[in-house]
Design a protein around this ligand. Sequence first.
Ligand SMILES: Nc1ncnc2c1ncn2[C@@H]1O[C@H](COP(=O)(O)OP(=O)(O)OP(=O)(O)O)[C@@H](O)[C@H]1O
Length: 715
Amino acid sequence: MEPDSIAGLDSKLLDSKQATGQPKLEIKQSRIGLWDFFEEIEVDRARFALAPLLQKLHEVAECLPYLARMFKDVLSVPGCAGLMMIYVATQLGEAIVPAFSIWFQGQFLSITQAAIETRTVDKERLFFIATGQLACTVAEFFLARIQRKVSTPLNGRIRRWWALHCFHAHARLDHPTFMKSDVKRQLNEIADNYWGQSVIWCTLDLVFGLVSIFMKLVAQALVLVQVLRGQRDGPLLVILTLASEGIVHAARLPFFQPVRVWLAKNVNADYTRMRGWKDVITYNGYRKEFVAGNLAEHATSEYKKAAARVGDDDSEWNELEFDILWPLPSIWSVFNQPLLQLPQFAFILRAAQSPTSIPLSLASLSLVQDAAREFAWSFRVIVNSTWNIESRLTSVKRMYEVVEIVNEIPDGKVPFPEEASQIRHGVALEFRNVSFKYPGTDRYTLRDISFSVGPGQLCVIVGANGSGKSTILKLVTRLYDPDEGVILLGGHDIRTLKLHDLRQALSVLFQDYTIFPLSIRDNIAMGDPSSSDDDDRILRAAKLAGADTVVDKLPEGYNTYLEPSVSIQYSGVREGQTTFTGRKVDYKPLKEAAGIKPSESTELSGGQMQRLAVARTFMRSVVQEDSTVGLLLFDEPSAALDPAAEHDLFERLRNLRGNKTMLFSSHRFGNLTKHADLIMYMDDSGIRESGTHDELLKADGEYAKLWKLQAAAFV
Ligand SMILES: Nc1ncnc2c1ncn2[C@@H]1O[C@H](COP(=O)(O)OP(=O)(O)OP(=O)(O)O)[C@@H](O)[C@H]1O
């Protein structure tokens, strides 16, 4: 289907673009398979605009200091300087050796020519040339081998250093900053790993490659001059060869290939449904409900119906994209070959006109042409690589910028507490007229919240789903800062306290707690990194949280990984495939030999997982007698626990009363609320009622209503 322009689409935007000196744009729409394809077309695009070239140069210049810094950093990585010197030396060797090879080839041709003409051979020279040629071949072989040998450990060392840099760049970011889409993009960019090669290695390789090819160009030019010396009509042949190669290559040079900006949108509902069903049967996360819902037959029939309606158009976008990126060759490509043979034609014609003026032998003719072609090719490689260098260097710049991203939550300066004894028996918490909207939203999640909890007191927040209970806990931990009002801990505005100290004084269990893809031991230990080697403490935390009985039943106990990040790798041969000897491939013996269970991950129930999460919280706050924690925050800590486990948990926590300040968000009444010093009932972003259990029952408001509702269920 021929593209047709969408009249009036975004015309306002186009006007404003023109006003700022940008080329005028038109958007063309076409249908490719089941996709609507939109592409920007620069209407008045100059064939070769200088401005983008200058812009590119400017960007490259901006990146150069980062490149210098990268070289300095890489050289300071232990063991890299020596390897890098060897690597550079081999690159230079690879640049020069081909020129020598061409020179020896020329010498060989001239000695052959002399032998034919004079019937004598200068044996010494012939031996010298043969040795030289052999030496070149051997040198090329060894240079390539050495380069390969050196590049593996060099890349490895750089990659390790680089991985640490990236790890630090990721680890230092706070929650709102990490969630920003442009930061995510930037982090993704620096994490790019091209088949095990980091951005740094690719950049180094590109820079060295450029230097090497430039040297090759110079060496080839010198050889060409040497070969041409004394050859009449040689320069004419060189010019003709370079011109014909130049014309053919020029069309492929990046200046003449416009940057294509496009998007494609699927417009077929059946295709979307087909893909949806395919995901349902493919991914782990859907399997439980898929099986429980008895969906196999339904899924197959729905998929079949959708596939039938889609018919032959079911190509994936990347199949279709190939045709866009690599369109059919143009008619001009037919003329490439004759164009490349132009020099020979010219020579034949010249030979026909005046045979005596042709001094070059056929051998020299071919040598000169080969050298000129190599020269043209090297030139093209240089242009292409230089064209890409800007994007490579920009990656280097970004990788250094990423560690300078300013966190959204600024650090405070005041150490907290001044003395550990100040918070040993809990710490006071106060919200003063706090209002808060989540970044990117217009609605207040909390509006004008004020309350205060004394040291060692127990406070429970209850209320409807989405009323803002968890958000209060997030603000105390400074995952976010309020838009208005102040939060005080021990009388200090928490924004003034050092973030590390603040978080050290808190212990928090979120509702959507995470079990990290680490061993159970590590998962519990990270509750208190300072005693992560203390197995006794880990065991005690697990026991107090009721997690010990769960862990003891696992074959690998505390070393169990619930969701390992590294999965087992299998050969590409399919289970059940028949081998040459007629054997059916079966992985079972291999699995048994390797001690692999049928399922690679270990599943725990929701309540068992919650016990692990509670154990992590206890690691720092409950187990440790000399705990530096003054405030415990729990968001629905018992949501998944059975009644006995919940009772035990609350019993333990109640024993801490007077020793720690505790703030709970909960939907459960009774166990906790009866003992609370303060209950806050939240609704619609604000605190509607507050007081003790008895006070709120007397008030007979919403809390009393909910309490009676829950109590009635047990009558
Ligand atoms: N990261 C976020 N970005 C935007 N809005 C959010 C975010 N997290 C929560 N919200 C919104 O803020 C409101 C309060 O959420 P919050 O989790 O504090 O409620 P909650 O009282 O703890 O609810 P529940 O009882 O269901 O746990 C909800 O409307 C929720 O949709």
